[in-house]
Write a protein that binds this ligand. Structure first.
Ligand code: HEC
Length: 464
C-alpha cells in the first residue's frame, strides 16, 4: 500500500491554524495593496508635478513614501514571510501545489518586489537631489514594478480557487493554470479596492500637511480617488462573482452568514460617506480620523473579504484538487497526480497515515479517544477548531444530547461519501468513525462543562 505522506498537523488550540493564517494574510493585504496603489498614485503625481512645475506634490510623494516605508514595507515584509511560514506549516501540501506550478512566477515576483523596494527608497531620498525628469522616470518604474508584483500574485491567488482553464487538469501547463476569467476579474476588483485603501491611508499623511490650501487640495484629490475606486470596485465585485465556480456560488449563498450582504453594503456605504464628507469638508480630516478609518477597513472590509475568499474555495485549499485537510481529492493526469481517496477507502486513515504513533493504528476501547483525536487533527482541524473558539468549532455542530453512535452514523454517512459540497470526502472505516465520534462526544462534554461553569446556557453558533 502506498502511504499518505501527510505532514504532522500544526495544531493551534485557541483560534485554529486557519484563522492564524487569515489574520496574518489580512494584515498583509492592507499593507501590500496600499503600497501598490500608492506607487501608481505617486507616478501620476510625479507626472503632474513635472508638467505643471509643482514641487509641493513631490514633497507629498516624499512624505507618503516615507510613511509607507514603515507602514507598508517594514510591516509588509514581516507579514509576507509570516504568510509563508504559517501556510507552510498549516497547509504544507497547498503550498507545495502552488510551488510546483508557480515557482518561477514567484521568483519573477520577487525580482519586481526588489525593484519596488529600491524604488521607494529612491523616490523618497532622491527628491531634489536628481533632476525632475530622472525622478519622474524612477517614479514610473516604481509604479509599474509594484503593479507587476500584484499581477503575478493574483494569478496564483486565482489558481488557489481553481485553475484558469479546465484543460490544466489533463494537460498541465503553466498558462492554463494561471490565466482564466477569474484572474482578470479578481485583478480588476482588487485594483479598484487597492485605490480605496491608498486613498484612506494617504489621508493620514495629507491631513497633516501644514499649508492649508495644499492640504485641502490633497484631501480632496484622495476623496475623489476613493469615491471613484470604491464605486468601481463594487461594480467589479459583480463581475468577480460571475467568474467563481458554481459550487462556490452555492457555498456563498448557503454558508455565508445572513448578515454578510447587508454588512458588506453598509461597510461600502460607510466608506463612500467618509470620502464624501472629506470631499465636502477637507479641513475636518485629521490624521487620527484617517487612522481609525484604516483600521475600520482592515476589520470590516478586508477580514470578511479574506474569510469569504477562504470559504468559497472549500473544500479545497488549492487548484481544486488539494483538500483543505491536505488529502489529494482528485486525479490530475496532467501532473501525474492521483487522488488518495481510493487508498483511504481501502485501508483507512489509521493504516495510511505515515505520522501516526504505532499504538494508534488499531482502535481499542482504551485508545479510541486518542485515535479519534488524531483523526480529528488530521482530517478536520484545518477547517474546524477543536476548542470552543476560533474557526467553526467542531463541537458546535453536534447537539448536546447526540450520542456517540448518532455522531458515528453521521460521520459514516455524510462525510465518508462526500455528499456535502463544502467538506472533503473523508472516508472513515467503521471503527475509525466510532473513535472519532467518541472524541467529538468528549469535546462536547467538555464544552458543556465549561459553559455550565460560566453559568451560561450553550448556544449553538454557526461560526465562520
Ligand atoms: C475543507 C474544510 C473542512 C474540513 C476538512 C471539514 N469540514 Fe466540516 N464543515 C466545513 C464547512 C465549510 C462547514 C459549513 C460550516 C457552516 O456553514 O457553519 C462544515 C460543517 C460541518 C458540520 C455541520 C453539518 C453540515 O453537514 O453542514 C459538521 C457536523 C462537520 N462539518 C463535521 C466535520 C468533521 C467531523 C470533520 C472531520 C472529519 C470535518 N467536518 C472536516 C468545512 C470542513
Amino acid at each position: 500500500m502506498e502511504m499518505l505522506g501527510l505532514y504532522p498537523v500544526w495544531f493551534e488550540p485557541t483560534l485554529g491554524s486557519g484563522w492564524i493564517i487569515g489574520i496574518i494574510a489580512t494584515i498583509h493585504v492592507l499593507f501590500s495593496h496600499t503600497s501598490v496603489g500608492a506607487a501608481l498614485v505617486f507616478s501620476y503625481l510625479a507626472v503632474v508635478a513635472y508638467r505643471k512645475n509643482r514641487p509641493e506634490l513631490l514633497d507629498y510623494i516624499r512624505r507618503y513614501g516615507l510613511f509607507l516605508l514603515v507602514f507598508s514595507y517594514v510591516l509588509g515584509s514581516i507579514t509576507g514571510p509570516g504568510i509563508w511560514l504559517s501556510t507552510t506549516v498549516g497547509s504544507p501540501r497547498g503550498i507545495s501545489a502552488l510551488i510546483h506550478s508557480f515557482v518561477w512566477k514567484w521568483a519573477t515576483e520577487w525580482v519586481f518586489f526588489v525593484i519596488e523596494v529600491i524604488g521607494v527608497y529612491m523616490i523618497v531620498y532622491l527628491v531634489n537631489k536628481v533632476d525632475q525628469k530622472t525622478h519622474l522616470r524612477i517614479s514610473i518604474i516604481f509604479g509599474l514594478a509594484s503593479y507587476t508584483t500584484m499581477l503575478i500574485i493574483i494569478g496564483i491567488l486565482s489558481f488557489m480557487l481553481m485553475p484558469g482553464n479546465e484543460n490544466w487538469y489533463t494537460e498541465g501547463g503553466y498558462l492554463n493554470g494561471f490565466y482564466g476569467a477569474n484572474t482578470f476579474a479578481q485583478l480588476a476588483m482588487r485594483t479598484a479596492f487597492m485605490f480605496t485603501m491608498t486613498a484612506v491611508v494617504g489621508g493620514i499623511v495629507a491631513s497633516s500637511i501644514k499649508d492649508i490650501d495644499f492640504r485641502k487640495e490633497m484631501v480632496r484629490r484622495l476623496a475623489i480617488l476613493g469615491l471613484v475606486a470604491t464605486a468601481a470596485g463594487l461594480g467589479l465585485f459583480k463581475w468577480y462573482l460571475s467568474t467563481i465556480p458554481a459550487t462556490a456560488e452555492l457555498v456563498m449563498e448557503n454558508r455565508l452568514p445572513e448578515y454578510f450582504t447587508p454588512a458588506l453594503i453598509s461597510v461600502m456605504g460607510g466608506i463612500m460617506a467618509y470620502f464624501a464628507a472629506t470631499l465636502a469638508a477637507p479641513k475636518l480630516l485629521k490624521p487620527a480620523i484617517a487612522g481609525v478609518m484604516t483600521v475600520v477597513i482592515l476589520v470590516f472590509g478586508l477580514w470578511p473579504e479574506e474569510v469569504a475568499r477562504e470559504s468559497i474555495r472549500k473544500p479545497y485549499v488549492a487548484g481544486g484538487y488539494v483538500y483543505s485537510n491536505q488529502v489529494i481529492g482528485r486525479d490530475v493526469p496532467g501532473l501525474g497526480i492521483h487522488s488518495e481517496i481510493p487508498t483511504i477507502e481501502e485501508h483507512g486513515f489509521t493504516n495510511a497515515l505515515i505520522f501516526l504513533p504505532e499504538e494508534l493504528r488499531t482502535v481499542t476501547d482504551s485508545n479510541k479517544e486518542a485515535v479519534g483525536q488524531a483523526l480529528a487533527l488530521n482530517t478536520c482541524s484545518n477547517c474546524h477548531s477543536l476548542t470552543d473558539t476560533g474557526i467553526r468549532p467542531l463541537a458546535n455542530y453536534f447537539g448536546d444530547d447526540s450520542s456517540e453512535s448518532d455522531i458515528a452514523a453521521y460521520l459514516r454517512a455524510a462525510l465518508s461519501s462526500g455528499t456535502t459540497l463544502y467538506m472533503p470526502q473523508i472516508p472513515l472505516q467503521q471503527d475509525e468513525a466510532v473513535a472519532l465520534a467518541s472524541f467529538i462526544r468528549q469535546l462536547k462534554d467538555q464544552s458543556i462543562a465549561v459553559a455550565a461553569d460560566q453559568g451560561n446556557p450553550i448556544t449553538v453558533s454557526q461560526s465562520h
